[in-house]
Design a protein around this ligand. Structure first.
Ligand SMILES: Cc1cc2nc3c(=O)[nH]c(=O)nc-3n(C[C@H](O)[C@H](O)[C@H](O)COP(=O)(O)OP(=O)(O)OC[C@H]3O[C@@H](n4cnc5c(N)ncnc54)[C@H](O)[C@@H]3O)c2cc1C
Length: 464
């Protein structure tokens, strides 16, 4: 793939959180915490995890006093920056969850992921949240023989875990979406396109209206049993729930818990009808590929392509880039790939580029946990699959906090213990060599029929 020089809209923006927020106008942050306070439950972080937890808890027990503390504004993190895949894909591998809980429990987790998509859609309908949702499924394309072999193997392996995906004939594939160089594709109904900003802002509004207090511009410096400490006061509570995902490493004592992995996106200006006639995409399917250095895309409700992939994967020392500024070479790489997929998009201009962080545990599988003795709880480590998983997390945290055993509290991701990441410079070296090897494997696979051994070495290094 050759690098192409992109052109930019006159009002192009790099960073400033995301296109999704910009499309809705600047948020006006609520007041910060003002002094010490007592609550039944305090939640740190107003992304989907924190907001879904507050939503379900308040609905279950309207009398609960729930406080959310957010360092910037609701949706500032990955929840307001993601690719908008409300996906049924599990974070991590089925095999790892099955190791501790067996095949049947892991199949149940997979089923819960699928029903969580419908749950999100149902709640949005009920609560009047218009998040541009279309459940058009997901199309994964293979470009080249090695990717196609991997795609066939993954569809075959998935059936053991209740993953529902089918291989398409070339005619079926082309009828949905015409991607240049695609040799095979799978399709699954279990995915919906969303506007991430509309979902997170709509949810925050509903949660506020239900009586939950969300304090914004309130960074939590320390989380300890029964208290969350901020520069403006301490909230003491029976339960303190950490919902900070990719930012967790910035909290005292948690630097090596989940690695903050970057993902970057670009969005085009609205594309003309002639473009859509050429490529199809009438079903608003989400689009992914089988490269190791993979991409993800959606057709937005207003006729743009939002296209994402790995940028600069990780910053030394688990630092996080706060407002989403994206390097020029990442923008160029994403643009080149977009045009490689859709040559007819070449005359288009880029309207916005941004990045965000997602949380990656050492074994790449997510966790939800509540400890009743300390009152500490958390959910996260979704490894880029959090849009749906956060909803399941919110309902599971509700049942755990209320100490009401349910089918959700028995799922294999509840209470998992995961070891910490290595200290630096090993973390940096591991992640950067993984992505170098993935890039090299993708390049090699252009002339191969099987997965390159470089990719397997990369997986071994980081436990992916
Ligand atoms: C570019 C990108 C694309 C993605 N695409 C997809 C996708 O298409 N589908 C999918 O399933 N997943 C995707 N993901 C992952 C998904 O967005 C996340 O898994 C999910 O949003 C996590 O939600 P969260 O609420 O746990 O974390 P976040 O949304 O990151 O929220 C955490 C919140 O905590 C706040 N916070 C952090 N530290 C503190 C502190 N000390 N004190 C107070 N508040 C604090 C932050 O400001 C933030 O608002 C993507 C992620 C990125 C970055």
């Amino acid at each position: 793939m050759s690098t192409r020089v992109p052109s930019f809209s006159d009002d192009f923006v790099n960073g400033d959180v995301s296109f999704w927020h910009r499309s809705l106008g600047d948020p006006s942050p609520a007041p910060a915490l003002d002094g010490d306070r007592r609550a039944d439950v305090v939640i740190v972080g107003a992304g989907y995890t924190g907001l879904w937890t507050a939503y379900y808890l308040k609905r279950a027990r309207p009398s609960l006093d729930i406080v959310v503390l957010e360092k910037e504004f609701a949706g500032f993190g990955a929840s307001g920056r993601n690719g908008g895949w409300l996906t049924g894909d599990l974070a991590g591998t089925h095999e790892r969850y099955a190791k501790t809980h067996g095949v049947e429990a892991t199949r149940l987790l997979q089923q819960e992921m699928y029903s969580s998509i419908d749950e999100v859609i149902e709640v949005c309908g009920k609560e009047g949240i218009d998040a541009d949702i279309v459940k058009g499924g997901v199309l994964n394309v293979a470009r080249g023989s090695a990717q196609a072999a991997r795609l066939r193997a993954s569809v075959a392996a998935g059936s053991r875990w209740g993953v529902e995906a089918e291989l398409l004939t070339p005619e079926e594939r082309e009828a949905r979406l015409r991607v240049a160089g695609a040799v095979q594709a799978s399709w699954s109904t279990h995915c919906a396109r969303i506007h991430p900003g509309k979902l997170v802002r709509g949810l925050a509004k509903v949660v506020r209206e239900s009586g939950v207090e969300i304090f914004e511009r309130t960074p939590v410096a320390e989380i300890a049993p029964h208290r969350a400490v901020t520069p403006y006061g301490t909230v003491t509570a029976d339960y303190v729930i950490r919902a900070t995902e990719g930012f967790t490493a910035t909290i005292k004592g948690l630097r090596r818990q989940w690695l903050p992995m970057n993902s970057s996106m670009i969005v085009t200006e609205p594309l003309p009808d002639a473009f859509w006639e050429q490529v199809g995409w009438e079903g608003s399917e989400l689009l992914g590929d089988m490269a190791h250095y993979y991409m993800y895309a959606q057709r937005t409700a207003d006729g743009r392509i939002a296209f994402g992939g790995r940028g600069r994967p990780y910053l030394y020392g688990s630092r996080v880039d706060a407002r989403g500024h994206t390097h020029d070479w990442t923008i160029e790489a994403l643009w080149s790939l977009l045009v490689d997929f859709f040559p007819a998009a070449a005359p288009a201009r880029i309207a916005h580029a941004w990045s965000g962080v997602l949380g990656v545990p050492r074994d790449w599988c997510s966790t939800v946990h509540v400890d009743h003795s300390t009152g500490l709880g958390w959910a996260g480590g979704y490894t880029g699959h959090g849009v749906t998983t956060t909803n399941l997390a919110g309902r599971t945290l509700r049942d755990l906090i209320l100490d009401e055993p349910s089918p959700l509290t028995g799922l294999p991701w509840v209470g998992r213990e995961v070891r910490a990441w290595e200290p630096e410079p090993l973390r940096w070296l591991g992640v950067h060599s993984m992505y170098r090897l993935y890039r090299a494997a993708d390049a090699r696979e252009r002339s191969m029929r099987r997965t390159s051994s470089l990719a397997r070495i990369a997986d071994l290094i980081t436990g992916h």
